[in-house]
Write a protein that binds this ligand. Structure first.
Ligand SMILES: *Cc1c(COP(=O)(O)O)cnc(C)c1O
Length: 424
């Protein structure tokens, strides 16, 4: 469900025609429906209401400050993966006790900033990292809560680049090693080993891998508790899949109904607290990329539609082979339908495409296209490749639109550089 719908022939974002925004801000641009972010967040919150989980939006999926603030205002916490994300999280005034910090490579500086700020928990990925956090907490005279990231070795059935919970991946530690760390917690007097963390992958469309992973985690928690550590938190990560084309993902309600029975004997919400880290589920369908058709080009074997948005703006098709629906923002202009068209950007790479072999209503130069489901891992992954200014992020709430991040200009492209006279 999202709020990018046709009213008559025109695509709207909530109640604003997309064409009106394009006229004002130019193309390409990201367009977000704030209400869609909130709808998804609240669906999850409602589905799990009986156990009062901490829901930390995974801000690497979309770290636009306005989006974050809107979610934080609804009670969301934030899942961060860097010192830069900590900085942005603080800018939107999230309660530090609702911040969890994951990443396989946290630097000591990042760790210190986060301990000082008083975040709830680190999700720790190695014993060496435990040593560093312990050392920093000692220096700052604090006791820091941590969860250890368990790699449950389950297949999530998703793309290999977004699978994170099998033993071939760099993430987390195997059950034996995590058990050993819990048994040796006396080595870390400034840490409280308070939880178990997992994140098994992304765009997972059915609940089975989650069930399998949670079963393993709970059995593990039983064994650690048996040896005297109460373990307060189970963080089950993010990974809930969404609809890009014809996927049939579990709804928030389905997901809650599938996993909550596993916790029957745990007095969830009291003796064991659940943490969720949704990224894509909240943000994926809450944004689109609007791009303009520049040219058509027919070669002996192919038809290309060349648009002004490229892989530097949206890298998911090139990087993951991701599928994004593409629709003209005004319906029914072209009478014919292209059968096998490639929608490509202006970047000097053969890998620069937004869609391949796609069926698309015929478009003319100047027509605007909406690349759907770009709210997650879209703008955050954009770059200046080919010296292209990054595109703006526009937010809509109800009948109004605002620029939440302006388009970069020519000066922004050279702002950090100087010509080194000494060498030229
Ligand atoms: C990326 C990430 C998430 C969010 O993943 P989604 O698939 O977008 O829900 C959650 N937790 C961790 C640790 C992550 O790295």
């Amino acid at each position: 469900m999202h709020r990018f719908l046709f009213k008559g022939k025109e695509l709207h974002c909530e109640s604003v025609p997309v064409s009106r925004i394009a006229k004002s801000v130019g193309t390409p641009f990201y367009l977000y429906s704030i209400q869609t972010f909130l709808d998804h967040f609240l669906k999850l919150k409602k589905a799990f209401a009986s156990v009062e989980p901490l829901i930390c939006f995974s801000m690497k999926a979309n770290s636009n400050l306005t989006v974050l603030k809107a979610l934080v205002n609804q009670g969301s916490g934030l899942d961060i993966v860097s010192g830069g994300e900590l900085h942005k999280a603080r800018k939107v005034g999230v309660d530090p006790k609702k911040i969890v910090f994951a990443s396989v490579g946290k630097t000591e500086t990042e760790i210190e900033e986060a301990v000082r700020c008083g975040i709830l928990m680190f999700n720790v990925e190695s014993s060496q990292e435990l040593d560093v956090i312990n050392k920093v907490a000692f220096r700052l005279k604090k006791i820091q809560k941590v969860a250890i990231r368990l790699n449950p070795d389950v297949k999530s059935g998703t793309h290999q680049y977004i699978t994170t919970g099998t033993k071939q991946n760099k993430f987390g530690l195997d059950i034996g090693t995590v058990y050993k760390l819990f048994m040796e917690s006396y080595r870390y007097p400034h840490l409280r080993l308070a939880g178990v963390h997992m994140h098994i992958g992304s765009q997972i469309t059915n609940s089975k891998p989650f069930i399998e992973a949670i079963r393993k985690a709970l059995a593990f928690i039983d064994s650690v508790r048996f040896s005297g550590n109460p373990v307060e938190y189970l963080n089950i990560g993010g990974g809930l899949g969404i609809i890009y084309s014809n996927e049939k993902p579990q709804s928030a309600q389905d997901f809650a109904e599938a996993i909550l029975p596993l916790f029957k004997k745990y007095n969830l919400g009291k003796d064991l607290k659940l943490v969720l880290e949704p990224g894509r589920f909240v943000s994926g369908n809450s944004g689109i990329l609007v791009t303009k058709v520049l040219y058509h080009k027919t070669t002996p074997t192919k038809l290309f539609v060349i648009v002004d948005g490229g892989m530097n703006d949206l890298i998911r098709p090139s990087f993951y082979g991701a599928h994004h629906e593409i629709v003209p923002i005004i319906k029914g202009r072209g009478k014919t339908v292209y059968r096998h068209v490639d929608v490509v950007g202006p970047i000097c790479e053969s890998g620069d495409f937004l869609a391949k072999d796609r069926k698309l209503a015929a478009v003319s130069e100047g027509d605007l296209l909406a690349v759907m489901s770009c709210g997650a891992y879209g703008s955050v992954m954009s770059s200046n490749y080919n010296s292209r200014p990054r595109v703006p992020e526009v937010v809509v709430k109800g009948g109004r639109f605002f620029i939440a991040r302006r388009r970069e200009n020519r000066d922004d492209l050279t702002r950090l550089e100087r010509i080194v006279k000494e060498v030229v």
